[in-house]
Design a protein around this ligand. Structure first.
Ligand SMILES: [Zn+2]
Length: 285
C-alpha cells in the first residue's frame, strides 16, 4: 500500500482533513464542524485522519491553524478556539502516528500553496486573507518570512489613514485603534456598518476599498512583493468591488516603488488545505 500525506485545516468553525498521494493529489477529503470542547476536537481529528487515510501508512502530517502558535515546537493556542490553549499538537500527533508533523499559521500555509501553484514562481509573494479577521503571510524565495523569535507578523494590525462616514475612532479587537483588520475584515465591517459584508452598499464598498487600498500601499512600499494574492471569504464575496478600486488606490499612492500585481487567489478556499499537504510533503522528504 503506498504511503499517503495528510493535510489538516484546523479552523474555528470547521475542520478539514485530506489524504494525498506523493504528487499532492487529494485522494479523499472529510469536513466537519469544529466541536467546542478540546478533547472532542482532537478525537474528531483522529477519526477524520483514519477515514481519509483508509489504513494506508502515513508519510507525514501537515496542519494549518489559527495563530498564535509556535511552528517549531508545534504548540498551538488558536485565538478563536478558546478551549485550545497551549496544546502540544506536534508532540501528540508524532507520538500517536509515528510520523513527522508540522503545523503553521493558516495564512502562512495558504501563502506556501499560492507560491507553489503560481506559474511564474514569484520571488516575493504576499498572501492576504480577509475573512472573519484579516492577516497574511509572505513567502520569500519559497520560504515563509518570519519575524523576531520566529513570530508571525500581523499585517492586519497595521494602522492606516482611514475614511469612515462619521469620523469616529475605529477600535480594533487587538486593543489598538485604526487597524486595517478593524476596517476591512468581516468582524470589522459588522462593527462599523452594523451589517454583514454581503449587505454593504456600493458606496460603503468604496469606503472599505479605499481603506484596504491604504493597507496595500503600506505593504507594497515596505515589502515590495512581486505579487499580492487575496483570499478569504470577504475577498471572494466582494471580488471586483474590492479588488479593483483598492488596487487603484494603492497605485495612486505608490509613487517611488514598482507596483505589485494584485490578484484574487485562483486556488480559492482550498489554498489552506493544499498548503497543509505541501507541509506534510516537505517534512516527509
Ligand atoms: Zn488591531
Amino acid at each position: 500500500m503506498s504511503k499517503v500525506f495528510i493535510g489538516l485545516d484546523i479552523g474555528g468553525t470547521k475542520l478539514i482533513a485530506a489524504a494525498a498521494d506523493e504528487h499532492g493529489h487529494i485522494i479523499k477529503r472529510e469536513r466537519a464542524a469544529t466541536p467546542l470542547p478540546l478533547e472532542k476536537g482532537l478525537a474528531l481529528l483522529d477519526e477524520m485522519i483514519a477515514a481519509v487515510s483508509e489504513g494506508a501508512p502515513i508519510a507525514g502530517i501537515g496542519a494549518a491553524a489559527g495563530g498564535p502558535l509556535n511552528w517549531e515546537t508545534g504548540v498551538i493556542s488558536p485565538l478563536h478556539q478558546p478551549e485550545w490553549r497551549n496544546i502540544a499538537l506536534k508532540a501528540r500527533m508524532e507520538a500517536k502516528y509515528g510520523c513527522r508533523f508540522s503545523v503553521d499559521v493558516d495564512t502562512n500555509v495558504a501563502a506556501l500553496a499560492e507560491h507553489h501553484h503560481a506559474a511564474d514562481k514569484p520571488s516575493k509573494l504576499l498572501y492576504l486573507t480577509i475573512s472573519t479577521g484579516m492577516g497574511g503571510g509572505l513567502v520569500v524565495n519559497g520560504e515563509i518570512y518570519r519575524g523576531m523569535n520566529g513570530e508571525h507578523p500581523e499585517v492586519g494590525h497595521q494602522s492606516v489613514p482611514y475614511r469612515v462616514a462619521d469620523h469616529r475612532t475605529v477600535a480594533c479587537s487587538c486593543g489598538s485603534n485604526g487597524c486595517l483588520e478593524a476596517l476591512v475584515s468581516g468582524n470589522g465591517i459588522r462593527r462599523l456598518y452594523r451589517k454583514p459584508p454581503e449587505e454593504l452598499t456600493a458606496s460603503e464598498w468604496e469606503e472599505v476599498a479605499w481603506n484596504f487600498g491604504q493597507g496595500l500601499r503600506n505593504l507594497a512600499v515596505i515589502y515590495l512583493p512581486d505579487v499580492i494574492v487575496l483570499g478569504g471569504g470577504v475577498a471572494f464575496g466582494a471580488r471586483e468591488s474590492l479588488l479593483l478600486p483598492a488596487t487603484e488606490i494603492m497605485r495612486d499612492h505608490l509613487k517611488i516603488v514598482p507596483h505589485p500585481r494584485v490578484m484574487t487567489s485562483e486556488l480559492g478556499e482550498h489554498n489552506v488545505l493544499s498548503g497543509a499537504i505541501l507541509l506534510a510533503q516537505r517534512i516527509a522528504d
